[in-house]
Design a protein around this ligand. Sequence first.
Ligand code: SAH
Length: 345
Amino acid sequence: MVDIEKGIKAYSREGLIEFIQNSGFPTFRAKQIEQWLYQKGAKSYDSMTNLSKDMRARLASEAPLYCAEIDDRQISKDGTRKYIVRYVDGKTAEMVAMPTDNRLTVCASSQVGCAMACSFCATGKEGFSRNLLPGEIVEQVLLAQEDMGMRVSNVVVMGQGEPFQNYGNTLAALRFLNGKDGLNIGARHMTVSTCGITDGIQAFGAEPEQFVLAISLHSAIQETRDALMPRMKNQTLPKLHDAIEAYQADCGRRVSLEYLLIDGFNDDDEHLDSLIEFCQGIQTHVNLLPLNNVPGSPFKPAGKHRVERFMRALERAGVEATMRDSRGGDIAAACGQLKNQKHAE
Ligand code: SAH
């Protein structure tokens, strides 16, 4: 059995420095290793030519460099590419690369599987397997960059998993991606999406970087939200609202609220009014999302007129809203879909 936790990718930047110091190497070596791993995407210690042979051999035995591989790739007509990334322990996670003009956005996973069991989500059906390590999250972005032959400009942690249930590793990954010795992606170009873990929201607001926060709301009526997101029952809507207020008091940044419009479930006027009500007292941007079809799921996307009604009403109420267009629809680019599809083959 591979012990992935022993690998070099388990470390945050501080952890890496500490490990290098404890191994008796000078501190500047940590920076060189960070550059090799997270800027140049080195796949072996042997390629790290500015480290001595002895040092490379010691690193290889004390903190092995495990590399993930692209296990499967699908390319959409719109240029979106969806990947299954396989880690050395055989676990897999999905990742999506979305090119637009001169930008490249990567949607990364934070966990293998997910414990949140949201009823509309394909990953939720799979259950939780394990947390991804900082370097394993960064690695997805590096693999996408390499495969697309294009610099990654934006990262959204909206793939599989709940990032705030893997808070430390997700933050450590964002810091490598953001760092001058990493990919140097601006903090404002990186978004973390949570199902609404309130202590995570508060901690995130206290971080010094200006990372962007998105929250999957999907309903501002408690009963509906409980049915859609059963594990969020105890983190009620008033608690979520309080957490957003505290977050904004702390960092002053706006949050995106993700709202998946589901036919006959959360798309009527009562839900619309509750959504508008929820947006009072906080600075938000509502993202109305089309539901991606999950095989065997009873949920269907809301009709176009409902989506437009939501858009118009939110605008009238002074709540900024956008409709996100669905990308990669022809390649099952919705959360967990590709893996489940593979499974069924
Ligand atoms: N756990 C985090 C991030 C991963 S899910 C979160 O909940 O935000 C990323 C987004 O995909 C969430 O907004 C989630 O609700 C949404 N999603 C899940 N299943 C979907 C589906 N079938 N169609 C469209 N969006 C979906």
